[in-house]
Design a protein around this ligand. Structure first.
Ligand code: RNT
Ligand code: ZN
Length: 417
């Protein structure tokens, strides 16, 4: 018997249907963020204030410097990642060319600036998700955007976010798909604020303006954060703020980024809480390390636990998985590949748990047997099923194999940049 057949028989003994798991993982799209490819620089050259609000560290050679390079790098990574893929775009990746009239500022962006991305997505069978870029720009004033006390600043960013929702809507029409449009802002204060509610009331008002028009094919999301470097004392868009906003505005969802909470809080536990109330939960999958939220995703316990909650609660269609990390200290294409493959692995791993049996044991208060089964499930022949999945998807299972391809690409393409 080959290793896959033997693994399948072993899983069957545990009560797990391997073929069903393979079909389910292959069917679940994962959003892959374009910004890992270029350290969130984007294609704008005219906007001052780069670096405002987010920090990427490292200077590994070969960063994608333009649309053509980013597309090529993304395609390379995608060719090594199994499963269905969506590209998560940011507004700062607008493609300006002669046909579409060249550069415009962010409040003037239109669908035409993203049409080249739609073409790329269609050619490769990718979906698209979207994000307004509300950082790294001269109109960020004193670290504030949608919550600024300056009417002009708020107006600029409201107009940008409105433009982005319209673009997301048109991308959706072009791809005959729904598109997530996620609002994240860095607004906050380094030191103790004198007014915590004022900025939040202004943010609430900005959001009401942004979401005034309804689009059937746009999934609107707002992303909270606990703090960031430079805004240690206060974040306007906190968890309570956005959670309440989403709860009171049907059609707007709270996006959970697992790097955006206090270190002992876990998104795996937030998912089943929110599933009691929301029909969708958008995620940013990342890896927090101490105070930083954006390390490359690895096949670790909390990622597995998150995926288990999605699977156990029958939420494969409700939880929208998107990656969000940026590491400029290692090969960027390998970073994408490792992060996305780890996510796929964790999802497959979750699908291979004896979930029904474990649930029944909990309800019978048979905690001893539950513990034993959970431990048993950890060392099942998972790799043999993963290998089969990769083979079915036409990507290397052996990490050394895809790595060799990336090293070759690095030598021939990246080092020539
Ligand atoms: C920042 C947020 C946000 C960004 C991207 C680039 O802390 O996680 O999602 O990473 O929008
Ligand atoms: Zn995020």
């Amino acid at each position: 018997m080959d290793r896959f057949e033997s693994a399948k028989a072993r899983y069957a003994k545990l009560g797990v249907d391997v073929d069903a798991a393979l079909a389910a993982v292959a069917n679940k799209p994962i959003g892959i963020h374009c910004w890992q490819g270029d350290d969130i620089v984007g294609f704008e050259t005219q906007v001052a204030g780069a670096g405002n609000g987010l920090m990427v560290t490292g200077n590994y050679p070969g960063r994608a410097r333009n649309f053509e390079e980013l597309k090529a790098d993304f395609k390379k990574a995608a060719s090594l990642i199994p499963g269905k893929k969506r590209i998560a775009l940011h507004a700062c990746y607008a493609v300006f060319n002669e046909e579409n009239g060249g550069w415009v500022d962010r409040d003037k962006l239109e669908y035409k600036h993203f049409e080249p991305w739609v073409k790329f997505a269609k050619e490769n069978g990718f979906g698209i998700d979207f994000n307004p870029t509300i950082f790294s720009h001269a109109m960020m004033k004193d670290g504030l955007s949608l919550s600024s006390p300056d009417d002009k600043v708020r107006e600029f960013w409201v107009n940008h976010a409105i433009a982005c929702r319209k673009i997301a809507h048109e991308i959706g029409l072009a791809l005959n798909d729904t598109v997530v449009d996620n609002v994240w802002i860095p607004d906050g204060f380094k030191d103790i604020p004198a007014d915590r509610m004022g900025p939040r009331m202004r943010l609430k008002d900005s959001l009401d303006k942004i979401f005034a028009v309804h689009y059937d094919n746009v999934i609107d999301t707002v992303e909270s954060k606990v703090f960031a470097v430079g805004v240690e004392s206060y974040t306007v868009g906190s968890n309570e703020f956005y959670m309440s906003y989403a709860a009171s505005h049907p059609g707007v969802y709270n996006l959970l980024d697992n790097g955006h909470y206090h270190p002992t809080e876990v998104v795996s536990d937030k998912i089943p809480a929110l599933l009691c109330f929301f029909d969708k939960i958008p995620l940013h999958v990342t890896r927090g390390v101490r105070w930083d939220s954006d390390h490359v995703v690895l096949f670790e316990d909390e990622l597995k636990e998150t995926m288990k909650e999605i699977v156990r609660n029958d939420a494969m269609d409700k939880v929208l998985i998107g990656l969000d990390f940026f590491d400029a200290s290692i090969n960027r294409i390998a970073a994408w590949t490792i992060g996305a493959r780890s996510t796929e692995k964790a999802l497959l791993f979750a699908l291979l748990q004896p979930n029904a049996r474990l649930k029944a044991l909990q309800d019978e208060a048979n905690f001893t047997e539950k513990m034993m089964v959970m431990e048993e499930a950890k060392t099942m022949p998972f790799y043999d099923v993963w290998e089969k999945y990769c083979e079915m998807q036409g990507v290397p299972a052996d990490d050394e194999e895809w790595f060799a391809e990336i090293k070759k690409y690095e030598k021939e393409v990246l080092m020539a940049r």
